[in-house]
Design a protein around this ligand. Structure first.
Ligand code: NAI
Ligand code: HPV
Length: 631
């Protein structure tokens, strides 16, 4: 039999726990049982958690608390982004020009390959060798690209704001994080908008071209003034509000339309928020700053041009797709729109014979909004930091398709993330074969106000724990909800207020699987649901309840659950069987409902027992049922 020793044991009376000092060590599992059953405290009144074979369990537990609160470790677990180990550098493909400062940062972390102007086929061929891809607006990251990555691509970084060139749905489904750099080019885009506004009003581009053609046409290029004119800013976000601020400085009257913008932000700049129709029908100048979405696609169309003031002037530094370009040509031809200044186009670059680009009342620039030296350096650093963070397993503050969890919440939830995943894994293994899981209920007991408890991370980890053992899906924080939905799994959450230390965000987590059979009938509650519950103790996840039986076992290694007659000698018998094949017992806990009736024994084992060993456990006459669980 393998020699095992108890280094510490926790004896629980109700809610109180006493640690047995090391001098009460036992030499093996059976003597562990004897030493407890012979002690003055009756074993039958106790739930025992004995940490076998670990001489420093308490201090290692505390170290582990400190270790687990490191946010990066948490998130790499939570998102399972497989952070690349220090010895293997990740490959980062940069498919469009990026500022040097960002490239330097990327090079200090991974192997950076700059390959520009790749065709879709070339990108698809290359992507399976890459851990990260960094793009600007010129690379279409389609579903085909995500599929071609074959699971290796962990993050797509968009060095800029607009992510309409990235198939977010495909990224989410395939568990690839998308991050952007939302702030560094705001001023550049706003300044370009103002440049186009002023340049268009005074025909700067046309006059320049005419002079270069040897002409001197002072009468032809008489412009219009800006002061006192009404500017409608369509999309009052970062760029829109900076444009508004600048236009106010030019003496313009500024109104804005944005269904989601807070009125107080507009008021603070002296801008009135108005309806779409009011904005376009009263403005002399209309400047577009909304994202391209299914709602905004071609929103400036024949109908809406018809509502505009005759002779309106249009500026677009947002996205070409928000304008129906054929309709704009018609509006320019019939004089509804006097002039347009466009930085962005539905197709980039537009065809050489584009009627819009060639129109004499249109001023164009080749998507230069973000192209200042300052913005490009800023964007490059912003995206490099986000991508490196993601590859390290950290959650990005600029994640586009995953919940953004603030760092302080991350570090607080760190120990509960591992608990959540293990409870999910454990619960699903208790389901009888052939039972389809449809409904899972998670109950968080906490003293916190529900609004003060962000459980998205935990829900994702429970989902991961439930789905991964029974499918080939690879779940992370990005795709957890999507995959659950796709598999018809409904996960509901409930909060129960308890009186506990407000320092602990969560007292316990209970996972219930409804309407399924169980391989281990004792895990079923009276209502027929499989139910297990866990807590974090000393930073380590513990299983504390199976069905209606209390247990107390650390969720490390593997677990054997047995239901047996509540009588002396059971721990020793099972311990001996395991010891015969050198299976090391790490923890044991016995729990029961009524004295001398039935009890549950939870045994943590470092190794997986072979079939014969499991069979022998099953043959112990006092054992009614047992199950081996892989954690
Ligand atoms: N030309 C260029 O080089 C650049 C273009 N952009 C584009 O400018 C646009 C704005 O960028 P940011 O201000 O940084 O983004 P943002 O997200 O800060 O602002 C966008 C605003 O549009 C609003 N919006 C959404 N749907 C709307 C609708 N149907 N009608 C009116 N408003 C709506 C949102 O509520 C938000 O306030 C984006 O399309 C971005 O891609 C940004 C930077 C450079
Ligand atoms: O940030 C944006 O949305 C932009 O449109 C800038 O595009 P770019 O990075 O210059 O291709």
């Amino acid at each position: 039999m393998a020699a095992t020793s108890i280094s510490s044991a926790t004896i629980k009376h109700g809610n109180e726990a006493t640690t047995i000092p090391p001098h009460k060590k036992c030499s093996n599992a059976s003597s562990a049982h004897l030493s407890f059953s012979n002690s003055s405290i009756s074993l039958q009144k106790l739930s025992i958690s004995a940490n076998l074979n670990n001489s420093n369990s308490r201090s290692s537990a505390i170290c582990s608390v400190l270790k687990t609160v490191e946010a990066s470790e948490l998130v790499s677990k939570a998102r399972d982004l497989d952070p690349v180990s220090k010895s293997t550098k990740p490959t980062i493909l940069v498919s469009e020009k990026l500022g040097e400062a960002g490239l330097d940062l990327l090079r200090s972390f991974g192997n950076v390959e700059c390959l520009y102007n790749l065709s879709q086929e070339e990108l698809c061929a290359k992507i399976a060798e890459c851990d990260a891809l960094i793009v600007r607006s010129g690379t279409k990251v389609t579903r085909q690209v995500f599929e071609a990555a074959k699971g290796r691509l962990k993050v797509v970084g968009r060095a800029g704001v607009g992510i309409d060139n990235v198939d977010l749905q495909a990224a989410t489904e395939l568990g690839c994080l998308v991050v952007n750099a939302p702030t560094a080019n705001t001023i550049a885009a706003a300044e370009h908008g103002i440049a186009l506004l002023a340049g268009m009003a005074r025909n700067v581009a046309q006059a320049d071209a005419s002079m270069k053609a040897g002409k001197w046409q002072r009468n032809k290029y008489v412009g219009v003034s800006l002061v006192g004119k009404t500017l409608a800013v369509m999309g009052f976000g970062k760029v829109g509000s900076e444009v508004a601020r600048r236009a106010k400085g030019l003496g313009m009257h500024v109104i804005a339309h944005d269904p989601y913008a807070p009125a107080d932000r507009a008021r603070a700049i002296g801008v009135d928020l108005v309806s779409f129709d009011q904005a376009i029908s009263t403005a002399d100048f209309v400047s577009l700053h909304m994202p391209l979405t299914p709602t905004t696609n071609k929103i400036f169309n024949d109908d809406n041009f018809a509502k505009m003031k005759k002779g309106v002037r249009l500026i677009n530094v947002a996205r070409g797709g928000v304008i129906d370009e054929d309709a704009l040509v018609r509006a320019l031809d019939n004089g509804t729109v006097a002039q347009a200044a466009l930085d962005v186009f539905t197709e980039e670059p537009p065809s050489k014979d584009s009627k819009l680009v060639q129109h004499e009342n249109v001023t164009v620039t080749p998507h230069l909004g973000a192209s200042t030296k300052e913005a490009q350096e800023g964007v490059a650093v912003e995206i490099a930091e986000a991508v490196v963070g993601a590859l390290r397993g950290e959650l990005s503050a600029t994640a586009v398709n995953a919940p953004m969890v603030p760092p302080e919440v991350l570090s607080e939830l760190a120990p509960y993330v591992a608990l959540a995943e293990k409870l999910g894994r454990l619960a699903v293994q208790l389901v009888a074969g052939g039972s389809g899981i449809q409904s899972v209920k998670v109950v968080y007991s906490s003293s916190r106000d529900p609004d003060n408890l962000d459980t998205r991370l935990l829900r994702a980890m429970i989902t991961k724990g439930i789905i991964e053992p029974i499918s080939d899906a690879h779940i992370n924080l990005v795709n957890a909800d999507f995959t659950a939905k796709q598999k018809g799994l409904r996960i509901s959450e409930e909060r129960v207020m308890v009186d506990s230390s407000p320092e602990n965000p969560i007292e316990s987590i209970q996972v219930q699987i409804s309407n399924v059979g169980s391989k281990f009938a004792s895990a079923l509650l009276d209502n027929g649901h499989i139910s297990i519950e866990g807590k974090v103790k000393y930073g380590i996840p513990h299983l504390t309840r199976v069905g209606s039986f209390s247990v107390d076992v650390s969720l490390e290694g593997n677990l054997i659950l047995c239901r047996q007659v509540d009588q002396p000698g059971m721990i020793g018998q099972v311990g001996n069987i395991l010891g015969e094949t050198n299976v090391n017992v790490s923890f044991m806990s016995v729990g029961r409902t009524v004295k001398r009736t039935k009890a549950i024994m939870a045994i943590g084992v470092d190794e997986e027992p072979d079939k014969d060993t499991l069979k022998k456990i099953g043959e112990v006459s006092a054992i009614d049922e047992f199950v081996f669980l892989d954690l």
